[in-house]
Design a protein around this ligand. Structure first.
Ligand code: XMP
Ligand code: MG
Length: 183
C-alpha cells in the first residue's frame, strides 16, 4: 500500500519546522525577561494551541504552570461569529495570577477578544497573549498581543496544531491547503 503522505495535500509551506523553533526560542527569551520575577500560568486554547504550548513550555527556562480551555468560536460557517461558548473551562483560580494565553492563530480576533474579557473578569494580576500566527488583514477587532510569532497572509492554513476538519494538526510545518483537498 502507498504511504498516505499528508505533506502532499499542501500547495505551499509558509513556515517550516526550523523557522517555528527559532522564532519560539526568541519569543521565550522575551517572556523570560518579562516574567523573571513572576509565576506565569500558561493558558492553552484547545485544540490548536497544543503544539505551540508543548514547544513553548519546554523552551522556557522559567517555572511555569499550565492549564487549558476549550472554546467554540465558529457557528456553522468557517468565519468567526464572535459568539463564543466555553466547552472546557480552566481548573485554576485566576485570582492574583499572571496569565499568558497561548494561541495558535489570531484571525478576526473575535475569539481572543472574548477570551481576554472573560479571563480579565476573574481577578488575575495580569493577562497577556502569545500567539504563533496572526493574520493582520483579517483583524476585525484591535487586540494588543504582546508576543506574536509570524504575521501571515489572509489564507486558510493548517499544520502545527491547526486543522482542516480535524486533520493536519500533526504536520510539523504551517502551510496552505491544496484546493483539491476541499473541492
Ligand atoms: P478568530 O477569527 O476568532 O478565530 O480570531 C480564531 C480561531 O479560528 C481558528 N482559525 C483557523 N484554523 N486555519 C485553521 O486551521 C486557519 O487559517 C484559521 N484561522 C482561524 C483557530 O482555531 C483560531 O483559534
Ligand atoms: Mg480549528
Amino acid at each position: 500500500m502507498e504511504p498516505r503522505d499528508i505533506d502532499g495535500d499542501l500547495t505551499e509551506i509558509l513556515i517550516d519546522q526550523e523557522q517555528i523553533r527559532a522564532r519560539l526560542a526568541e519569543m521565550c527569551r522575551s517572556i523570560e525577561i518579562d516574567y523573571a520575577d513572576k509565576d506565569v500560568l500558561l493558558v492553552g486554547v484547545l485544540k490548536g494551541a497544543v503544539m505551540v504550548m508543548a514547544d513553548l513550555a519546554r523552551e522556557l527556562t522559567l517555572p511555569i504552570t499550565m492549564d487549558w480551555m476549550a472554546v467554540s468560536s465558529y457557528g456553522s460557517g468557517t468565519s468567526s461569529s464572535g459568539v463564543v461558548r466555553i466547552l472546557k473551562d480552566l481548573d485554576t483560580d485566576l485570582t492574583g495570577r499572571h496569565v499568558l494565553i497561548v494561541e495558535d492563530i489570531i484571525d478576526s480576533g473575535l475569539t481572543l477578544s472574548w477570551l481576554l474579557a472573560n479571563l480579565k473578569s476573574r481577578g488575575p494580576a495580569s493577562v497577556e497573549v502569545c500567539a504563533l500566527l496572526r493574520k493582520p488583514e483579517a483583524a476585525t477587532v484591535d487586540i494588543d498581543v504582546k508576543y506574536v510569532g509570524f504575521d501571515i497572509p489572509n489564507k486558510f492554513v493548517v499544520g502545527y496544531g491547526l486543522d482542516y476538519a480535524e486533520k493536519y494538526r500533526n504536520l510539523r510545518s504551517v502551510g496552505i491547503l491544496a484546493p483539491h483537498v476541499y473541492s
